[in-house]
Design a protein around this ligand. Structure first.
Ligand code: PLP
Length: 388
């Protein structure tokens, strides 16, 4: 007999955090690792947070969040993407992380199958395991890191009789920065609808889309989409912990219970700041997006010049690049040596699943000078390395 749960025993702290912790003490390291905005939370939102403390918002909120927040979120996502969730169909969560966990733990029965395009963000697979469900990864490396309707249909077909319940989509995508056009999503929805799948659509980077407008899955497949979003990335509020679940009422009524027994409610103070962000902060995201876009453009130019292959990113603040072919070793070895020898920290692609092996992720939620210095260091290191 062991003291801990067998599933938890097999789960590890995410490769992102493990790698980041492993290299953090290297002197003069430039960290392009963790995916969080380097930009400050906008002033008007900070002020609302301060006032919330002064006005004693130091008690529980209703389970699903303050009604004002639900109303503000309903309007915001309608204005931004044409979503039509009623306030009662919205739950304020402890970041998108809790939103994902609450959604999965609510819908999954033991043995259910959950489709996941890979490489993918790290927090889905462990929660699927905690729910005693089965992850069905779909390799997207041969189709530009995007799921295609043909590949989806073939995977569903190959799992006939295995009770596929849901698919997790995340776009713009962490770690590749790719996103989907409306036409691409509509083609996927045709297959998804036919299979009767629930979509958990993690759109936390919806505001950071550079080359085309973001299309929300909830506008195309409202009957079975659980939309995940939040303020962490759009308003540089990762530490405030405001996420959102938006879904049809019947699903929300069930998720409310999971949410209650996981966390009761998210921070009241943060919710007041969130109401301000959702009511008067419609332009905050686009301002930050313009800054990220400049950095994206800079990075792709530098990497092209250095001769590193990458996936062209259309959103989020990540760039997925290929470990040079002449490097002997894993992506973890590559990132470790780059950190130790050139003081540049990136995340090994294997942190995002086996399909990420051979690649690495650069987070460009970092200052222009950090990006410039890191690219200079990378270029010099690679030249030294090639000359040996
Ligand atoms: C795709 C994706 N979903 C969810 C999250 C977690 O967001 P939050 O900080 O709001 O919990 C992240 C954070 O990096 C992410 O990249």
């Amino acid at each position: 007999m062991t003291d801990t749960n067998e599933i938890i025993k097999k789960i590890q702290v995410s490769g992102i955090r493990r790698f980041d912790e492993a290299i953090s003490d290297i002197p003069d390291i430039i960290k392009l690792t963790v995916g969080e905005p380097d930009l400050p939370t906008p002033e008007h939102i900070k002020k609302a947070g301060i006032q919330a403390i002064q006005h004693d918002f130091s008690h529980y909120s209703p389970l699903m969040g303050f009604q004002k927040l639900q109303v503000a979120a309903s309007r915001y996502f309608n204005q931004k993407y044409g979503l039509t969730y009623a306030p009662s169909e919205i739950i304020a969560t402890v970041g998108a992380t809790e939103a994902v966990a609450t959604a999965l733990l609510t819908i999954l029965n033991p043995g259910d199958g959950v489709l996941l395009p890979t490489p993918s963000y790290t927090s889905y697979a462990p929660v699927v395991a905690m729910a005693h469900a089965n992850l069905v990864p779909i390799d997207t490396t041969q189709s530009g890191y995007k799921l295609t309707p043909a590949k989806l249909a073939a995977t569903i077909q190959a799992h006939t009789g295995q009770h596929l319940k849901a698919i997790i989509l995340n776009y713009p995508t962490n770690p590749t920065g790719v996103t989907y056009s409306k036409a691409e999503l509509m083609a996927l929805v045709t297959v998804i609808r036919q299979a009767g799948l629930i979509v958990i659509s993690d759109e936390i980077y919806s505001e950071i889309t550079y080359d085309q407008p973001h299309t929300a899955m909830g506008t195309l497949y409202p009957e079975k989409t659980i939309t995940i979003n939040g303020l962490s990335k759009s308003h540089a509020m990762t530490g405030w912990r405001i996420g959102l679940i938006m879904a049809p009422q019947a699903l929300v009524d069930e998720m409310k219970k999971t949410h209650q027994y996981l966390v009761t409610s998210t921070s009241s103070i943060s919710q007041v700041a969130g109401i301000e962000a959702l009511t008067n902060g419609l332009d905050d995201g686009p301002k930050m997006r313009a800054i990220y876009k400049q950095r994206r453009d800079y990075l792709v130019a530098r990497l092209s010049e250095i001769g590193i292959n990458y996936v062209y990113p259309s959103g989020a603040f990540y760039l997925f690049a290929q470990v040079p072919a002449n490097f002997q070793g894993t992506s973890w070895d590559f990132a470790t040596q780059l950190a130790q020898q050139a003081q540049v920290a990136v995340i090994p692609g294997s942190a995002f699943g086996t399909t990420g092996e051979g690649w690495f992720r650069i987070s460009y939620a970092a200052s222009q000078s950090a990006l410039r210095d890191s690219m200079n260091r990378l270029a010099t290191w690679l030249t030294d390395f090639e000359s040996h």
